[in-house]
Design a protein around this ligand. Structure first.
Ligand SMILES: [Ca+2]
Length: 331
């Protein structure tokens, strides 16, 4: 234990120490105080009477000797003006480096940390989520886009462009860069689940920086158009639609670290194995279709192959968003 980790209560008499250990007596009682000085560990909330009993047997009359011994033993026992915590109490070390006084008591809905009152995280009964203090409970966050039910599907007419694949991707804003993906689930329309054989999809993701998005002007037909190339999509694995919102867990996802605060994640269906292409839609999805993109993979006249589409929300309609849920965590 370092010397700084010990505090000294200079007591006028043993009664004062025993009565309220956090009260510091008035200065000018050095002779008496010396005999009663006792080191109390910072971590001790309530020093006992026994702790405050001098073990040396020095008498009150032995003033000079006691002072000399005390100054040798107690110099610099706390760092002057340093604030510490004891329960909800903020304590401050006096300029003499020997005594601590009660500066204030934090409100019951806060906590004392590092010598200051601080926000108390609200995480009771919460597995993941906002802790009310700008942080996350257990370091993780669930982002839910839906109202728990899938209403319909949104189809893509590929007669002219003849896409080889269709990506149903949702954009998620994350609290910070460098988070890991812990879970993915979706509300799939019944048709996708019940088809035999089941329709597989590739679960893919792209960092926000890998997707080029452009918002439209008032006069444009589109709200926002996003585009990427196949090589910028990261494949997590191949899955089949599960019962609604049954998650694909971390064990199946592997390690996915999202570099920026924007994640695009989605289901990529290969059209050749699937005669029609639809993405599930929840009309009550949080944010509507603003962050949902149905992106066909098409090759243009010049041979350029891209995923490109506008958000589900456009100037004329807003059918809803993709009912995708993710859990992300701070690694
Ligand atoms: Ca719904």
């Amino acid at each position: 234990m370092t010397r700084v980790a010990w505090l000294v209560w200079a007591c006028v008499g043993l009664a004062a120490c025993a009565g309220d250990a956090s009260v510091t007596p008035a200065a000018g009682s050095q002779d008496v105080a010396a005999t009663a000085e006792v080191a109390i560990p910072v971590t001790s909330d309530t020093p006992s009477v026994a702790d405050a009993t001098p073990a040396t047997g020095e008498t009150h009359g032995d003033a000079a000797g006691a002072d000399a011994a005390a100054s040798a033993e107690t110099a610099g026992l706390c760092t002057p003006m340093e604030k510490t915590c004891s329960g909800l109490d903020v304590l401050i070390c006096q300029p003499d480096g020997k005594t601590v006084t009660l500066l204030k008591t934090c409100p019951a809905d806060q906590l004392c940390s590092g010598g200051s009152c601080a926000c108390k995280p609200q995480c009771d009964g919460k597995q993941c989520g906002d802790d009310g203090c700008g942080g996350l409970c257990h370091g993780c966050l669930d982002i839910v886009r839906d109202d728990g039910a899938v209403d319909t599907a949104y189809g893509y007419n590929g007669d002219k462009t003849k896409p080889s694949k269709v990506l149903c991707a949702a954009r998620f804003k994350l609290p910070k860069p460098g988070m890991t993906l812990e879970q993915f689930s979706a509300g799939w329309m019944a048709g996708l689940i019940k088809l035999e054989p089941p329709v597989p999809f590739e679960l893919v993701w792209a960092d926000g920086a890998a997707m080029t998005c452009k918002q439209g002007k008032e006069t444009d037909w589109f709200y926002e158009v996003c585009e990427t190339t196949p090589e910028k999509l990261q494949t997590i694995g191949t899955f089949t639609p599960k019962p609604n919102f049954e998650p694909i867990t971390k064990a199946a996802l592997g390690t996915v670290v999202i570099p920026s605060e924007t994640l695009f994640i989605g289901a990529l269906f290969t059209v050749t194995s699937f005669p029609w292409f639809t993405c599930p839609i929840d009309a009550q999805a949080t944010g509507g279709g603003v962050d949902s993109f149905m992106l066909p993979l098409v090759t243009d006249d010049k041979g350029k192959t891209t995923f490109q589409a506008s958000a589900m929300k456009d100037k004329d309609s807003n059918p809803g968003g993709f009912p995708f849920r993710i859990r992300v965590a701070i690694p």
